[in-house]
Design a protein around this ligand. Sequence first.
Ligand SMILES: Nc1ncnc2c1ncn2[C@@H]1O[C@H](COP(=O)(O)OP(=O)(O)OP(=O)(O)O)[C@@H](O)[C@H]1O
Ligand SMILES: [Mg+2]
Length: 289
Amino acid sequence: MSHQIDAGITQAGAASPSGPASPVDRTAVQKLPPALEVSGISKTFTRGRSSTRVLDNVSLTVEPQEFVSILGPSGCGKSTLFHIIGGLEAPDAGTVSMNGRSVTGQRGEISYMPQQPALFPWRSTLDNVLLAGELKGEPQAAARDNARRWLAKVGLGGFEKAYPHMLSGGMQQRAAFLRALLAPQELMLLDEPFSALDALTRSDMQRWLLELWEENRRSVLFITHNIEEALLLSSRIYVFSGRPGSVLHTVDIPFPRPRREEITDSPEFLQLKRQLAQWMREEQSKDRK
Ligand SMILES: Nc1ncnc2c1ncn2[C@@H]1O[C@H](COP(=O)(O)OP(=O)(O)OP(=O)(O)O)[C@@H](O)[C@H]1O
Ligand SMILES: [Mg+2]
């Protein structure tokens, strides 16, 4: 099943179609507007007399059910872009559309996991995870059962009633990740969701995310500093320049799905990894000049 879906997505998402496609398939896929279309976004923060230009004419697209990542040096405006997409900040220029509808400046359209886990301290782990569904008025009992099952899956079984201050940083991150995952919105924005996790847990979470996403495709925009993670998960990677952030490279990732960790040993994977690492190093070194 997922192979067939993947073939369609590849045609829609890739700049250069990678396989033979019938005209009928192509028309069917192209009818759907992008799940997210960010167009010409620029942003400058001004405080008193000093101003910082953070984003410069950023455009990117997430097709329906596509997994897209942003890689870029620290401080290049990635989280700011997420704030703009989520309607928490206003852009100076540019537009945000979802499913063909302009949503620039609107809140509540996306499921969002911020870089800081931002759990509510007065709510238990379970109640934090349930929050997004609650806001949408989902039936309580089924949502609770589902949340409990997921908490156990990410190693938080037994911590349902614990408050955030009783959890480690990595545990808080996993709870915040679940909250985003279980939220009903189609488009998920994940801002470095695994950065506070040890290598083993991180690899577990990547595997879960990959399996889960391949099972029930959501549209995902994912920020990470981890090149391997981006390559393993994404259909496309946008490489950002240093501040002000702009799209330097757009890379379509050719590996077929379902993907497994073994692809990280393939020569194609290693070659892409080297290329991306080199671009990242170049941008980071520009920042330090
Ligand atoms: N509300 C704000 N007011 C003023 N400056 C801000 C604000 N938010 C972000 N900035 C500045 O914008 C720049 C980009 O910040 P942002 O958090 O978007 O970077 P980032 O790419 O997410 O970095 P990292 O990879 O370290 O998370 C930084 O210089 C930051 O100081
Ligand atoms: Mg950030």
